[in-house]
Design a binder for this molecule. Structure first.
Ligand code: PEP
Ligand code: MN
Length: 358
C-alpha cells in the first residue's frame, strides 16, 4: 500500500517536473521575442527595474511552503538563463560568425587567396625607412615566391620620441615597390581621416593592436572596398576581437583577415604571450581567415621559426613576420626582425610544412 502511494507521488513529481520544463521553455521563447524587440529598439537587454518588479511579484504571491528568498533565488537563475539565451541568439546573429555563414571567407589580395586552404606569408620590415630598404626585402621575398609585403608608414609607438614612420611618403614607397615587383602591400592606418588616402597606395589596410577598439577607425575601414588585416588588441579577449571585426563587416566590408599577435600577460620571457589556441577558436567561431604574427607576439628572433611552425600546424591561414636588410640599424623593432639570410632559412624550413591547397 505504502509502495503504491510512493509510486503515485513519484508519478506526480514527474508530471510536475515536465510541467515546469514546459513552462521554462515557453518562458524562454517569450524572452527571445522580447530580446528581438529590444534589439530593434536598441535598448539594453538587462533591465534591473523590470527584474525587481518580477521578484516582487514572487514575494507577493508566495503562499508557501518555500521561503521567499529561496524562490527568488530559483527565479533569479531562470532570469539569468533567459538573458544568456538572448546573448547566444545575438552571437549567432553576428555577421562574422560561422553560424551565420558556414563556408570560409576568402580574401582575394591581388590574386592571393587568403583563407582558401593554402597557407600564406606576409613579410617585410617593421617600418618603411627608404625605397632601397623595402626593395631589398621585396626582392628577397619575390625570390621565395612570396607576393605579400608589409611595411609600416604610420607607426604607433609607445614613446612619442621614437620614430613615427614616414607617413604618406612611406605609402608612396610601398606603392612604387608593389608596381615594380608585382606584389601586394600591407600597411597600418591609424586614423579614419587617412583611410581614403590609403586606398590609392596599398592593397590591405592594417588596423593595429593599439587601435583594435578604435571604433571610428573600424567604421571607416568597414565603409571602403579594401581588405583589412585586423590585429588583436594587447589586452583584448577573443569576444572583443570578434566584435571589432563585426564593426567592420557591419558597415559592409567583409574582406577581413584576423591576426593573433600575442597578448599582454605577466610573462616577461617574451614581449607578449602568443595565444596559439586563439587560432582554432577564431576559425571555429568565425568564417574569417586567421593569421599569426610571430614577430610581435614573441619579440624574439629565436622564437620566430618554432612559433611559425606552431601556427601552421594549428591551422592558421598564414604567418606574418618582420624582415629587414640590416636589423641592427632598424628604426623600430630591431631586436626581432630577421635579416635576409635568416629569412631565407625561415621560409625554406616552413615551406614543406604548408598546406598547398589552392
Ligand atoms: C605592426 O605590425 O607593425 C604592429 C605595430 O603590430 P601590432 O599592432 O600588433 O603591435
Ligand atoms: Mn614591428
Amino acid at each position: 500500500m505504502t509502495d503504491n502511494r510512493l509510486d503515485e507521488l513519484r508519478q506526480q513529481m514527474d508530471d510536475l517536473n515536465l510541467q515546469i520544463l514546459n513552462l521554462i521553455s515557453e518562458r524562454g521563447k517569450v524572452v527571445q521575442e522580447i530580446g528581438k524587440l529590444k534589439e530593434m529598439q536598441g535598448t539594453n537587454r538587462f533591465d534591473p527595474v523590470r527584474e525587481r518588479a518580477m521578484l516582487n511579484l514572487i514575494e507577493e504571491n508566495n503562499a508557501g511552503p518555500f521561503e521567499t528568498s529561496t524562490l527568488q533565488h530559483i527565479f533569479k537563475e531562470i532570469f539569468k538563463a533567459g538573458l544568456e539565451l538572448q546573448h547566444d541568439d545575438h552571437r549567432k546573429a553576428l555577421l562574422v560568425s560561422r553560424k551565420k555563414k558556414p563556408e570560409n571567407t576568402i580574401v582575394n589580395i591581388k590574386g592571393e587567396k587568403i583563407g582558401n586552404g593554402a597557407q600564406h606569408f606576409i613579410v617585410g620590415p617593421c617600418s618603411v625607412e627608404s625605397y632601397e630598404q623595402v626593395a631589398a626585402v621585396a626582392e628577397a621575398a619575390k625570390k621565395q615566391g612570396l607576393r605579400l609585403l608589409r611595411g609600416g608608414a604610420f607607426k604607433p609607438r609607445t614613446s612619442p620620441y621614437d620614430f613615427q614612420g614616414l607617413g604618406l611618403e612611406g605609402l608612396q614607397i610601398l606603392k612604387q615597390i608593389a608596381d615594380e615587383y608585382d606584389m601586394a602591400v600591407i600597411s597600418e592606418i591609424v586614423t579614419p581621416a587617412d583611410i581614403e588616402t590609403a586606398l590609392d597606395y596599398i592593397d590591405v589596410i592594417q588596423i593595429g593592436a593599439r587601435n583594435m577598439q578604435n571604433f571610428e577607425l573600424l567604421k571607416a575601414a568597414g565603409s571602403v572596398n579594401k581588405p583589412i588585416l585586423l590585429k588583436r588588441g594587447l589586452a583584448a579577449t577573443l569576444d572583443e576581437f570578434i566584435n571589432a571585426a563585426e564593426y567592420i563587416i557591419s558597415r559592409g566590408n567583409g574582406q577581413i583577415i584576423l591576426c593573433e599577435r600575442g597578448i599582454r600577460t605577466y610573462e616577461r620571457a617574451t614581449r607578449n604571450t602568443l595565444d596559439i589556441s586563439a587560432v582554432p577558436i577564431l576559425k571555429k567561431e568565425t568564417h574569417l581567415p586567421v593569421f599569426v604574427d610571430v614577430t610581435h607576439s614573441t619579440g624574439r628572433r629565436d622564437l620566430l621559426l618554432p612559433t611559425a611552425k606552431a601556427a601552421l600546424a594549428i591551422g592558421a591561414d598564414g604567418v606574418m613576420a618582420e624582415v629587414h636588410p640590416d636589423p641592427a640599424v632598424a628604426l623600430s623593432d630591431s631586436a626581432q626582425q630577421m635579416d635576409i639570410p635568416q629569412f631565407k632559412e625561415f621560409i625554406s624550413e616552413l615551406k614543406p610544412l604548408c598546406n598547398v591547397l589552392s
